[in-house]
Design a protein around this ligand. Sequence first.
Ligand SMILES: [Zn+2]
Length: 212
Amino acid sequence: MKIILMGPPGSGKGTQASYIASFAGVNSVSSGDLFRDNLARDTELGRLAKTYMDQGKYVPDNVTIDMVMSWIEAPANKEGFVLDGFPRTLMQAEALDDRLSELGGVDKVILFNVPEVELVKRLSGRILCRKCQMPFHKEFSPPKNDGECDKCGGELFQRDDDTEVVVRKRLKVYTEETDPVVDWYRKTTNIVEIDGSQEIRDVEASLNEALR
Ligand SMILES: [Zn+2]
């Protein structure tokens, strides 16, 4: 099974990646994992990516694609894998398809759908302890005392990245980038849409159905 997972930040896609991977008996990887791994092992691709990151520039698609392909071509991943959040742009999707043609292409694309209002609620409710970094959520896992860390009593604050304005902007960028990818997979591959706003047990049941 060669599976691609797509879904906006906050859709729970990352959490489900390992569930799907163990269900399908394959490994999963995100592009973040690959960057960290290549940097840690100081590979040629890792050093190349770092030259862009050090200048505050985006790592070009071809570098990311090479990292993904060298992971896929490892003996443990050749027969099947879960890619979490890659490809993210149409160019990446086309390049991946091209490079995968020898391996038989992608079997399934799983798309997590969550209404924007729910994503904003999930992502903009995150707060952190200033002292010990313990995470809370205003709605889903609030601290016992308002504005105070349960663990160390430190002050809770919201990162700039998690404010509603920034969250909405991130979601907009995500949609603009990935809508063409979704359209393209609709035409070329077997795409399954999962309602990511359900309870986790129901999400897993939908996934079992999709993976059968
Ligand atoms: Zn704390």
